[in-house]
Design a protein around this ligand. Structure first.
Ligand code: 7RM
Length: 651
């Protein structure tokens, strides 16, 4: 009892701690003080045209825009009338400078091999693969699904699509055949790019096998390009499947970048929403390019001397914006790693930092918590003196993990940028600027330039300091999503129909007396497991597809490492009896249906699920139960005995 009170006071005390950027960091940073931040922020709000034009002009446009923003709620057009190409800006733009021989990508395979692609090399590979895409009949506007591991060719494939104006849809390599087929079908993809397999914890992830199963149910996909990575035998279907290396052999390395309109669709990325069906978030070219370029420049303060490593997978938005587009548009040197953080041992990340002298390191709280668990010795045995800036993204970081990151990894020298943003926002929205913003452990701090967040109630009234409410964004920003693919209504309702005239983030948050934002997590039925958004509905539909399951409800339970763990409450059909074998079978079934990341940590059998009178499952009560908390308000519960029986079934 006294311990818990003491803990609360301790964490309150920690929250009051403020870390100002080291003077030496600020001295060389692009934004050196809060005064400078405030001045630029004010300009970005009061005169957005001038702010965004000045920054957009640092990039290449084949034709300059006529108008910075056209806003017809809820549809935005940025850099209207402008013509550009994001691949040109990530590659060609650097070839006329000394950067042509600079490393663009330094890649480390999980088994330990290393490859470096200079900007020249990456440009050549991208041009060749762009010609391959053309030879396979891919044209501007066609959708291309990419189902690969973290290999340089994934970046080549993404940039080659952008180069010819094709729309890429990268599907995380951990997804199941079902999930991949759903995404292929929703996007109407014409081509799938995959590989034989990828390396993960010393084992082969059978990507081609999964792709083959998905292709059985993906009628729009005509052809499939397969990269040889692991070299194990995979079936190739004549006329449909083509080896990457064979197609590349004859391909010319001359391919002009397609000139596209600023609002030309760049990519789709599927993300979880509150219904079972994943949403294809649409990003377009000009605004997204400027947004990722500018945030990378100021938030990571990337220099030509830096070696920058974002540990995300390119299957998630963080990889799109902060491995590929933002850093390459800035001409940065990017480290890319194929495998697991604890293979062959938990020192792998830090060994990579030492080996390549990484100076900027961007990872997720879930990884940080795993390292805390594995023990400091795995970190401290490596020379991390090259690090100068640390970042986190994906979920709220608890102050304890922040302090560990600051002391054990950063040796109290490196600012930490806790960056809040979403697939939908395209780029970082709330974040410290490392040379300017005093940081508080656990707070994403202040809005980036041009971003007007607010904390509101359902009606859109702004709330006062430290009052919890909905996090909304009051104005359009360049990298915002332009819609949900094939479902404009869902876009309008989900994001702009919840709070009048505001973009609804789905996150709860509060703002403290200094105007700092503290993100509290999702307010909808979306879980955040290891920084990945999972829809409870999607997992539930997978569960009820199992022959033994009658009804299912999925909730999150706080988890030290993953942020949230997946707990599934299921009722069984009459003829089935609960058993641990069946629980295991059901867990594996979900894994097959969606992917390993969605596999329930617990399957708990129940005789019935707690429901309201109108028949809605009361997930809130299940969440309390899963977390071992006393249940909150039960007034709408129809049958009280249900909860009692659920509790008894815990043993
Ligand atoms: C980039 C990304 C978005 C959701 C978002 C939040 C949570 C992300 C932070 C965070 C607290 C952060 N895109 N989230 N970053 N919560 N502090 N710094 O993660 O679309 O996959 O997820 O992630 O709930 O709404 S995402």
């Amino acid at each position: 009892m006294s311990g818990s009170v003491g803990d609360r006071i301790a964490s309150l005390l920690q929250e009051k701690r403020v870390f100002t950027p080291p003077a030496s960091f600020s001295a060389q940073a692009r934004i050196k003080s809060m005064d400078e931040y405030r001045r630029l922020y004010r300009e970005s709000i009061e005169d957005p045209d001038s702010f965004w034009s000045r920054h957009a002009e640092e990039l290449h446009w084949f034709k300059k825009w006529d108008k910075v923003l056209e806003w017809e709620e809820p549809y935005a057009k940025w850099f209207v009338g402008g013509e550009t190409n994001i691949c040109y800006n990530c590659l060609d733009r650097h070839l006329s400078t000394w950067r042509r021989n600079k490393a663009a990508i330094i890649w480390e395979g999980e088994p330990g091999e290393s490859r470096t692609l200079r900007y020249l090399d990456l440009h050549r590979e991208v041009c060749r693969f762009a010609n391959v895409l053309k030879s396979l009949g891919i044209q501007k506007g066609d959708r291309v699904s990419i189902f690969m591991g973290m290999v340089p060719e994934l970046v080549v494939a993404v940039l080659a699509c952008a180069r010819i104006g094709a729309v890429h849809s990268v599907v995380f390599g951990g997804f199941s055949a079902e999930a991949l087929a759903d995404r292929n079908n929703d996007a109407g993809a014409k081509l799938l790019i995959t590989q034989d397999g990828g390396w993960r914890r010393g084992k082969i992830i059978p990507l081609k096998e999964t792709a083959d199963a998905a292709l059985e149910k993906s009628p729009t996909v005509e052809k499939c390009v397969v990269l040889r990575r692991t070299g194990h035998e995979v079936p190739m279907r004549e006329g449909r499947d083509f080896w990457w290396h064979e197609l590349m052999e004859g391909a010319s390395d001359k391919c002009e970048a397609e000139v596209v309109d600023s609002e030309h669709m760049l990519y789709l990325l599927y993300t979880s929403g509150t219904t079972g069906k994943p949403k294809g978030v649409i990003h377009t070219t000009g605004g997204y390019m400027v947004g990722t370029y500018v945030t990378t420049k100021y938030v990571f303060d990337v220099r030509d001397e830096d070696t920058y490593w974002c540990t995300a997978d390119i299957g998630w938005v963080t990889g799109h914006s902060y491995i590929v587009y933002g850093p390459l548009a800035n001409g940065a040197t990017v480290v890319m790693y194929e495998g697991a953080p604890n293979w062959p041992d938990p020192g792998r990340f830090w060994q990579i930092v030492e080996k390549y002298r990484v100076s900027i390191f961007y990872t997720a709280p879930t990884a940080i918590r795993a390292f805390i668990k594995w023990g400091d010795e795995w970190v401290t045995k490596y020379d991390l003196s090259s690090l100068r800036l640390l970042g986190t993204v994906g979920e709220p970081i608890n102050p304890e993990a922040w302090m560990w990151y600051h002391t054990v990894v950063g040796k109290e020298r490196c600012p930490i940028v806790d960056t809040w943003w979403q697939t939908e926002t395209g780029a970082i929205m709330i974040t410290p600027l490392p040379g300017a913003t005093p940081t508080k452990p656990g707070s994403a701090t202040l809005p980036f330039f041009g971003v007007v967040p607010d904390i509101v109630d359902r009606e859109g009234n702004s709330l006062g300091p430290n009052e919890g409410g909905y996090l909304v964004i009051r104005r359009p920003w360049p990298s915002m999503l332009r819609g949900i693919y094939g479902d404009p209504e869902r876009y309008e309702k989900q994001y702009w129909g919840q709070v009048p005239h505001c973009y609804f983030t789905g996150d709860g948050a509060r703002r403290d007396e200094d105007g700092y934002y503290w993100i509290m997590g999702r307010v909808d039925d979306v879980l955040n497991v290891s920084g990945h958004r999972l829809s409870t509905m999607e997992i539930e539909s997978a569960l009820v597809a199992h022959p033994a399951v009658a009804e299912a409800a999925v909730v999150g339970r706080p988890d030290e490492i993953k942020g949230e763990a997946v707990v599934a409450f299921v009722t069984l059909k009459g003829e089935y009896q609960p058993s641990s074998e069946l629980a295991d079978e059901i867990r594996k079934f979900v894994r097959q249906q969606i992917g390993a990341h969605a596999q329930p940590d617990d399957v708990r059998f129940a005789e019935a699920l707690p429901k309201t009178r109108s028949g809605k499952i009361m997930r809130r009560l299940l969440r309390d139960l899963a977390a071992g908390r006393p249940p909150g308000d039960m007034t709408t519960l129809e049958d009280f005995s249900v909860l009692e029986r659920l509790r008894q079934s815990e043993e």
